[in-house]
Design a protein around this ligand. Structure first.
Ligand SMILES: CC(=O)N[C@H]1[C@@H](OP(=O)(O)OP(=O)(O)OC[C@H]2O[C@@H](n3ccc(=O)[nH]c3=O)[C@H](O)[C@@H]2O)O[C@H](CO)[C@@H](O)[C@@H]1O
Ligand SMILES: C=C(OP(=O)(O)O)C(=O)O
Length: 422
């Protein structure tokens, strides 16, 4: 099993290129299921979850090929799909497989998708996905761990108000409604940039969507969708960009992030400025300089445009080495403090009470062997390792590889002493 070995204490300097967003790539690969024409996506991040989604689509009979070795252009052909199924073996490693449900139902009238099951950050049910698709006329049973869905004829437009804001739920409804009969109105819709990027891809494929980027999205269903005329570029990964910003805030240095969208990172940038970082945005580039020890900053996770839960662990790592103490509240997932015990092993002072953690910064962390428990927890341990004394070994980095493209190579390019070991 791969591990990362980090010798901490070096500031980060230079330029890093931000990849396309994992959380936009995954629904957009599924959107290719909505047409028999070949869909071309650009800026696709080459990371493990994307490879898993490719496997899942190929398993259904779709053709999916990178344009060339090492390329970020992916060509997807769902004209050859024969089996609208997502088996447990593939779904268990990636919850986002649930995103196949909406498009399969809409185009083929049936779908069999394994229930994703629980994961380290919480139970993560999919009841809202099921309820919304039932409102569109789907008959859905859950049996033997599988969602068995079918519809007589086409899905019908509906008004869907989810109990809570759900990102992949909104994405499933968008894709299903694009090919449904009549109008669908999504109230309480997610406003995340990845949802908006998916809506933009669907519009390029002939979908009629308005209101994306707000909490009320209206979709007029069409009979068929086609390939976008030009390859669709996937929006930059705001969480990867935020992770690099936090790494610099914790370790110090001066780094330019190329291919990032400052307007998608307002809440994170505000907090890092409060912590003492200087951050400027010019065109598609963000530059961060950090020349002092950070100041501890309190924050509360919430839906976009508020502070993202997917950045909670990384900003907690910054607080671990900050001056002062700060309170962190996690409101999205019930169990997203799995990194705390590992950060404590590196010398951090953190106390957790339910959904709240209080971090009191220490001057230095001290390197140790720690274990990654989930994707962003892994990123927080890497950040902590970068500013810890001595050697830190981060074990189980398959979690990190799920969602970051070449993280250690990118950090090495900025002067970090980090290597992958077996
Ligand atoms: C692939 C992808 O895009 N993943 C992101 C997506 O996950 P994901 O789409 O799974 O997260 P949701 O927005 O659906 O979850 C929000 C909350 O609603 C609950 N819920 C959701 C659906 C449902 O049917 N029932 C239910 O109870 C969840 O357990 C959670 O507590 O949004 C999360 C919140 O920004 C991010 O952390 C993930 O990185
Ligand atoms: C929780 C995350 O992803 P997923 O929903 O794919 O598990 C994440 O990207 O931080």
């Amino acid at each position: 099993m791969d591990k990362l070995l980090i010798r901490g204490g070096k500031p980060l300097n230079g330029t890093v290129t931000i990849s396309g967003a994992k959380n936009a790539a995954l629904p957009e690969l599924c959107a290719a299921l909505l047409t028999a024409e070949p869909v071309v996506l650009d800026n696709v991040p080459r990371l493990q979850d994307v490879q898993t989604m490719i496997k899942l689509l190929r398993n259904m009979g779709a053709g999916v090929e990178w344009q060339a070795e090492g390329s970020h252009r992916l060509v997807l052909n769902a004209g050859t799909v024969t089996s609208p199924e997502a088996p447990y073996e593939l779904v268990k490693t990636m919850r986002a497989s649930i995103l196949a449900l909406g498009p399969l139902l809409a185009r083929f009238g049936e779908a069999t998708v394994s229930l994703p099951g629980g994961c380290a950050i919480g139970s993560r049910p999919v009841d809202q996905h099921i309820k919304g698709l039932q409102a569109m006329g789907a008959e859905i049973r859950v049996e033997h761990g599988y969602i068995l869905a079918k519809v007589n004829g086409r899905l019908k437009g509906a008004r869907i108000t989810t109990d809570m804001i759900t990102v992949t739920g909104t994405e499933n409804f968008l894709m299903a409604a694009a090919l449904a009969e009549g109008e669908t109105v999504l109230e309480n819709a997610a406003q995340e940039p990845e949802v908006t990027d998916l809506a933009e891809l669907l519009i390029k494929m002939g979908a009629k969507i308005s209101g994306h980027g707000t909490s009320r999205i209206v979709i007029q269903g069409v009979d068929r969708l086609h390939a976008p005329v030009q390859p669709h570029p996937i929006v930059p990964d705001r969480i990867e960009a935020g992770t690099f910003l936090c790494a610099v805030a914790a370790a110090g240095g001066d780094v330019a992030l190329v291919g990032s969208r400052a307007d998608h990172l307002d809440a994170v940038i505000d907090k890092l400025r409060e912590a003492g970082a200087s951050i400027n945005a010019i065109n598609n580039q963000l530059r961060i300089t950090m020349s002092t020890r950070p100041v501890a900053v309190g924050f509360r996770t919430s839906e976009y445009p508020a502070f993202p839960t997917d950045m909670q662990a990384q900003l907690m790592a910054v607080n671990c080495v900050a001056q002062g103490a700060a309170k962190i509240s996690e409101t999205i997932f019930e169990n997203r403090f799995m990194h705390v015990n590992e950060l404590v092993r590196l010398g951090a002072h953190i106390e957790v009470d339910g959904h709240t953690a209080v971090v009191t910064g220490v001057e230095r962390l001290s390197g140790a062997t720690v274990m990654a428990t989930d994707l962003r927890a892994s990123a927080s341990l890497v950040i902590a390792g970068l500013c810890a004394d001595g050697e830190t070994v981060v074990d189980r980095i398959y979690h990190l590889d799920r969602g970051y493209e070449q993280m250690e190579a990118k950090l090495r390019g900025l002067g970090a002493d980090i290597e992958r070991i077996k």
